[in-house]
Design a protein around this ligand. Structure first.
Ligand code: EPZ
Length: 427
């Protein structure tokens, strides 16, 4: 089992290039199932999760080839419509093949993803949406099966919660449905917009991009296409938070600052200097006249659907708040169990109290955080532990870093390149 070993307490200085967004790459890879032909996706990050999705497409009969950041996927000869448990259990986003397979073949059988560390993660909104489009769904022996005789039929679909993959799955099931589909209370995340752009390039007719009401007019044919994955806003935000925790200055390049409006505002409020350029963010901490970074001020956050504060940055932001002056109230409204990083951060000396979906963080001086062994529990929690280890003094070792490899491309190399004393070791 690999670990990450950090000798903390060093400033970060330099430039970090952001990779393509995991949460855009996964739906866009699934969308290649919608129509036969060779699709080309650019800026596809090479992650554990994108490799799993490519393996899943291959299981369904597709062939693919990666050349640098571009991947060509040929989905002409699908041989199956079943996503097996051994793949789905490692990546819940495998459910994203349900919508395109329903559209392409009229049937899909996907292992129920089961819960994960951060919550139960049901898919009832996805299944209800398929049923409203005329499909029949049923669960048997841990698999969900969806079938439709003939065409799917357009309908008005309301989401109780603006589910990101729920919106993406129903979009992919509605693009060739007869008539018009309205998706109300749809998710507005940039990754949904990236999928809409790809579907439109394939010939789909979708109005309402970036709003909570999407109108899909069914078409009779779609063509294979070429699309580019948007930059990973969560990766960009992770590094902007990291330099707040360590002190220093980072130029975070190949990102889209407009995708992080609330985070940038929060980092300014705590006392960082955040400069947003067209495709990059310069994040820095003020230094006092002894050349040490000034202490930052604690601030409250509440996670919300886009464009609110992203739940995927909550754990990382907490790793910053533990060393700011004052108290920060962190309210997690999206997932029911997304404080797994708290117990680990407390091992470094952090003062955090949890009350249901709220964490109260009492900041302590950065030099009071002492490195210690920690264990990663989920993807974003592991990024939080890295940030805390970078700013704590002494040695931190983080185990179970396969969680981190699911969503961050070359994080160790990228951080070492800007001055972190960090390495991956085999335990
Ligand atoms: C997507 O997950 C992201 N994953 C998550 O990123 C992200 O945290 C989440 O959206 C919220 O922004 C991908 O895009 C692959 P939801 P998703 O459906 O779509 C409830 C990461 O770290 N819900 O928007 O699964 C659900 O339990 C990952 O990169 C239902 O009740 O999230 C949650 O409370 C973690 N029934 C809320 O809605 C459903 O059918 C929002 O979930 C679907 C969701």
């Amino acid at each position: 089992m690999d670990k990450i070993r950090i000798n903390g307490g060093r400033l970060l200085q330099g430039s970090i290039k952001v990779s393509g967004a995991k949460n855009a790459a996964l739906p866009l890879l699934a969308a290649t199932l919608l129509t036969p032909g060779t699709h080309t996706l650019h800026n596809v990050p090479d992650l554990r999760d994108t490799r799993t999705m490519l393996m899943l497409l291959q299981t369904l009969g597709a062939t693919w080839e990666r050349s640098g950041g571009s991947v060509q996927i040929n989905t002409t000869d699908l041989t199956g419509a079943e996503a097996p448990y051994d793949l789905v259990k490692t990546m819940r986003a495998s459910v994203l093949v349900l919508g395109p397979l329903l559209t392409r073949t009229g049937r899909a059988r996907v292992s129920l993803p089961g819960g994960c560390a951060i919550g139960a993660r049901p898919i009832n909104f996805h299944l209800r949406g398929f049923e409203q489009l005329g499909a029949v769904t049923h669960l048997e022996s841990g698999y969900v099966e969806a079938r439709v005789e003939g065409m799917l039929t357009g309908n008005t679909i309301y989401f109780d919660i603006p589910s990101v993959t729920g919106t993406e799955n129903v979009l992919m099931a509605s693009v060739k449905a007869s008539g018009t589909t309205l998706i109300r209370n749809a998710a507005k995340e940039p990754e949904v917009g990236n999928l809409i752009d790809m579907l439109t390039a394939m010939g789909a007719r979708i109005e309402g991009r970036d709003t909570d009401c999407l109108t899909v007019t069914g078409v009779t044919s779609l063509q294979a296409t070429e699309a580019t994955i948007i930059p990973d806003r969560i990766e960009a935000g992770t590094y902007a938070i990291a330099v707040g925790a360590t002190g220093g200055e980072l130029e975070i390049t190949d990102c889209d600052p407009s995708h992080l409006p609330v985070l940038m505002e929060k980092l300014r409020v705590i006392g960082m200097t955040i400069e947003a350029k067209k495709n990059s963010i310069i994040a820095s901490c003020p230094l006092n006249n002894q050349g040490h970074s000034c202490p930052l001020q604690a601030v409250d956050i509440t996670t919300m659907p886009y464009p609110g504060f992203p739940t995927d940055l909550q754990a990382q932001f907490m790793a910053l708040m533990i060393q700011c002056n004052g108290t920060s109230i962190i309210h997690e409204t999206i997932f029911e169990n997304r404080f797994m990083h708290v117990a680990e951060l407390q091992r470094l000396g952090a003062k955090i109290n949890i009350d249901g979906a709220t964490a109260v963080v009492s900041g302590i001086a950065r030099n009071k955080l002492i490195g210690a062994p920690m264990m990663a529990t989920d993807l974003r929690a592991s990024a939080s532990l890295v940030i805390a280890g970078l700013s704590a003094s002494g040695i931190t070792e983080i185990s179970r870093i396969y969680h981190l490899e699911r969503g961050y491309e070359n994080m160790v190399e990228k951080l070492r390149h800007v001055g972190a004393e960090i390495e991956q070791i085999t335990d």
